[in-house]
Design a protein around this ligand. Structure first.
Ligand code: GLA
Length: 694
């Protein structure tokens, strides 16, 4: 064997996130190093002893494969050898393709990488080409499969279903494989959002520990498999969920996987999150560096009971309160089957003239006259069987022949693989916006999972293509809508945060984080969501959920993209003053919340208090949100603000919303660089602005 330390190395460097590969004498591709600051690493062992860069079924028979193929002539094994490398530049980094071929079967596989050094971010995806003269089946083709050396690997992941989004779990990875996967297709992030954190040596903190944050850019089901091997090493295989999504590739056909993104840090999760947020704002999210408006939504206020006079009053109150966008949620449509509850009307996007005799025009005009923008709710991919649309086109839904069409929320999913259905869906949006050109915001909802996953547009042996093709077709529709209506902002909603992914957000401005707006729960939900998404896209509205003090609810909502979802005519004078002061303060501080650097200070997971801060890039200004939750006995020690420069002096100003000054009035104190908690009966919050003294 040649001297392995001189084996050709493939170095892929994305700032802190580095990957080093090397080719063994036998052509197998090994990973020499992966993680923070690894790019300089050379093999210290024979290359053959390093883990494979991309494990395949039949090559590593005892481990979880990243790639599993049934070859053209039925063989189950895939054994790759390195063939070559190409490197190109893109605007902000490099694109590296590591080309591999199967040793026997006609199959090519490229491991593709795109580096974003300014964000310490590495993207990876896989391309598989069928070079045979017959079909092959791709069972699994994960985007990435790096291994981490460590002592006590921990995995942090999130999920919990409707109203339980972003419930956080951090666990020691013991022997075996831990799988974290979403399901249902249309609102996968309700169950498992597409992000995990791997920490190599015990649970990481915000400021210490070696970590890799991995997210998958995919609007459908995702899957992470964390498999331990040797003593404390772990490999994370990440990508789309392959089960039920098998791909049949025709001769010559190429499969391109969704992209996985890695950000690594050797100083805990905080730096990785801040880099990921910056990347998300600057490179992914639509208009991601622009400030978001304060929204007043009708849903929790009036549900389906729309009435012109009621709406007009809500608009007036929203304007007086300082909201900037009035969002008319569900219930405005349906003629033959009026939308008076969730059993009817989806699919019939005509204004209900019984509820709104003069249509939407007068309320839109009134909203704009009062200085607010107008937004509207749609759910264009779905249909209630009780609708004119379904009566006319029962064949337009995802279904399997002869099988019962199970309903969730009394609705079915339209099959966007059918060309007429795609035309219809885009047409829904086009019509709404053509009829009402002054609408400048849409909430695009999707409220059920896929069952009976069949499409008449797919051949019988390709029915499993629905899982991925539906996502791609939906993305095409979303892209078309964004292109045709460039000035209309879009909120992504799926029964709450069911579509919280950095793939779909390319066409959307924000997500509805969760239908659960109890601010106590929201402290933890928004904490979890911040591991993927910046606060600018986490819609957070003040509601009556949980019957918490409105000052507390306002403070929690102010730590995200702020808004209201409550009957604005039913506020007491004190509540009104609280909400009004929150809106005014938020307008003053939102550049920090929406565009600043997030520092998660005190974790609310498994505790009774939480704190986060948003800091201007130069560190001169910041806003700190501190929450004491029910059960907190007030003995929690004060906490430090790690970004403060010890050589400089800072002032703290209480910005807690409330009728006069907030419940923390006079109590906010920056003692050196330590901040005290709000006093009073929990739940209680303080909002503190920190400014460097001039
Ligand atoms: C879903 C959304 C809610 C609301 C309702 C309307 O549940 O998550 O915010 O828009 O639909 O029916």
């Amino acid at each position: 064997m040649a001297d392995d330390t001189t084996a050709p190395r493939i170095v892929i460097e994305a700032g802190q996130t580095g990957l080093v590969l090397a080719v063994g004498d036998d052509g197998r591709l090994h990973q020499v190093a992966f993680g923070p600051g690894m790019a300089d690493r050379r093999p210290v062992l024979p290359v053959v002893l390093y883990p494979l860069a991309y494990p395949t079924f039949g090559e590593e028979p005892l481990r979880e494969p990243a790639l599993r193929v049934t070859q053209a002539h039925g063989e189950l094994s895939t054994r790759l050898r390195f063939e070559g490398l190409s490197t190109d530049a893109h605007a902000a980094g490099q694109v590296v393709r590591v080309n591999m071929v199967e040793r026997v079967a006609p199959l090519s596989v490229s491991l593709c990488f795109r580096t974003w050094p300014a964000y310490h971010l590495l993207e990876q995806w896989i391309e598989v080409t069928n070079d045979a003269d017959a079909e092959i089946t791709l069972h699994r083709a994960a985007a990435t499969a790096p291994a981490f050396a460590g002592t006590a690997p921990h995995l942090t992941h999130w999920g919990g279903g409707w109203a339980g989004e972003w419930t956080e779990t951090t666990e020691l990875l013991t022997a075996g494989t831990k799988t974290v996967a979403s399901a249902g297709g249309t609102r996968p992030s309700l169950y498992r959002p597409p992000v995990v954190v791997v920490a190599t040596d015990g649970p990481a903190t915000e400021t210490s520990g070696e970590v890799g944050v991995c997210s998958v850019e995919w609007g459908g089901d995702i899957r992470f498999d964390a498999e331990t091997f040797l003593h404390g090493h772990v490999r994370l295989i990440a990508g789309h969920q392959g089960r039920g999504a098998e791909r049949v590739l025709a001769p010559g056909e190429r499969f391109v996987s969704p992209v996985a993104r890695w950000v690594c840090s050797d100083a805990g999760i905080g730096p990785a999150s801040r880099a990921l947020h910056r990347f998300a704002r600057e490179q992914v999210i639509r208009d991601g560096t622009e400030i978001r408006a304060t929204v007043a939504n009708t849903w929790e206020a009036i549900f389906f009971a729309l009435d012109p006079a009621v709406l007009s009053t809500q608009v007036d109150r929203a304007a007086d309160l300082g909201a900037e966008l009035f969002l008319l949620d569900d219930g405005w449509f349906g003629t033959a089957y009026p939308r008076n509850d969730d059993t009817t009307g989806l699919g019939d996007w005509e204004v209900d003239r019984v509820k709104l005799p003069d249509g939407l025009g007068p309320i839109i005009d009134h909203t704009i006259e009062r200085g607010l923008r107008f937004g509207l709710w749609v759910e264009p991919e779905m249909v209630n069987p009780k609708s004119a649309l379904y009566e006319a086109h029962p064949d337009w839904v995802i279904s399997e022949p002869g099988r019962e069409r199970r309903q969730e929320r009394n609705q079915l999913v339209l099959d966007v693989l059918q060309p007429e259905v795609r035309t219809f869906v885009v047409g829904v949006i086009d019509k709404v916006l053509q009829d009402h050109p002054r609408i400048s915001y849409l909430k695009w909802d999707a409220n059920r999972d896929i069952t009976e996953p069949g499409s008449t547009s797919l051949a019988p042996h390709r029915q499993s293509h629905l899982a991925m093709d539906r996502v791609l077709a939906t993305w095409d529709l979303m892209a078309e809508v964004a292109r045709k209506h460039p000035t209309v902002e879009l909120m992504l909603c799926a029964s709450g945060g069911g579509r919280s992914d950095l793939g779909t957000l390319r066409w959307f401005h924000e997500v509805w984080t969760s239908d659960n707006t109890d601010p106590v729960d929201r402290v933890r939900i928004q904490w979890g969501a911040s591991h993927l998404l910046p606060a600018s896209v986490l819609a957070a509205h003040v509601t009556r959920w949980g019957n918490r003090p409105l000052a507390f609810g306002c403070a929690v909502a102010m730590s995200g993209r702020f808004g209201f979802d409550l009957d604005l005519t039913a506020l007491t004078a004190e509540e009104w003053e609280t909400c009004r002061s929150a809106a005014v303060t938020y307008a003053d501080l939102r550049d920090l919340v929406q565009q600043g650097d997030l520092h998660r200070l005190v974790s609310p997971i498994g505790t009774t208090r939480g704190a986060v801060a948003y800091v201007s890039p130069d560190g001169e200004r910041a806003v700190v949100f501190a929450f004491r939750l029910p059960g907190d006995d007030g003995t929690t020690p004060a906490f430090a603000l790690p970004w403060l420069d010890g050589g400089k002096a800072y002032d703290a100003r209480d910005r807690t919303p409330g009728p006069t000054d907030g419940p923390a009035a006079g109590k906010v104190a920056l003692v050196g660089q330590i901040l005290v908690w709000p006093v009073g009966e929990p739940p209680v919050a303080s909002v503190v602005e920190i400014t460097r003294r001039r």
